[in-house]
Design a protein around this ligand. Structure first.
Ligand code: IMP
Length: 200
């Protein structure tokens, strides 16, 4: 079965393919011929994932998935959360010239300077539109924010996120290792379990 995935982020595509297996053919936005920016205007992961999936469905007309992810840091009352992608370009402390991922990590480490409580979680919501109906799947992984970036695998906040029970960051894990435990893999497995119950 073909599923258009509302992203061109190659890391996310690999992670979803790896978690979902070969039976479902994941098609990126560019492969589906959709070139424009997909809107994500809402204040919750659920609404953003739904909005992106709906946008693709309206354009493309077939079954599709979209995800939205947030890093929720306890010492920051759950920030940056749904604003994780734009974090370094918002608020008092901004790094407008810096590449987004680098700026985000820099801002996070500054905001957590001298903070001992560093617990956090990644939360992903995947929205599926299947036969014109929408379904949501959530994946959460708990961990903590390191004092400095470590590792070069993965993407986004991976170099500063250490999952609970591990002694290395997501960016020090290879794809298979991250995919055994990650928020996106957990949500993807729920998606696959659901598709199997539909005999798809
Ligand atoms: P989005 O889901 O692509 O909007 O991602 C929101 C923010 O979280 C972006 O800054 C991403 O780089 C980051 N992000 C999403 N998924 C991951 C992940 O698996 N590891 C690290 N950062 C992530």
């Amino acid at each position: 079965m073909e599923l258009v995935f509302a992203t061109n982020n190659q890391h996310k595509i690999l992670e979803i393919k790896n978690a979902i297996g070969d039976y479902y053919q994941i098609i990126s936005l560019s492969e589906a011929g959709i070139e424009e920016e997909i809107p994500e205007d809402f204040d919750t992961l659920e609404e953003n994932a739904s909005q992106k999936a709906q946008y693709i469905f309206d354009k493309y007309g077939g079954n599709c998935i979209a995800d939205d992810t947030g890093l929720e840091v306890d010492a920051l009352e759950g920030r940056p959360g749904v604003f994780s992608a734009r974090y370094s370009k918002m608020g008092n402390l901004q790094f407008p010239e810096m590449e987004a991922n680098k700026g985000n990590i820099k801002k996070l480490l500054i905001e957590l300077e001298n903070r001992e409580i560093r617990t956090a979680r990644f939360r992903t919501v995947i929205a599926l539109i299947l036969n014109e109906r929408k379904y949501l799947f959530e994946g959460i992984i708990h961990g903590s924010i390191l004092y400095k970036a470590s590792g070069s695998e993965g993407f986004g906040y991976d170099p500063v996120f250490q999952p609970t029970g591990f002694d290395k960051s997501f960016a020090e894990m290879d794809l298979n290792e991250k995919n055994m435990i990650s928020h996106r893999a957990i949500a993807s497995r729920k998606l696959v379990d659901f598709l199997k119950t539909c005999n798809i």
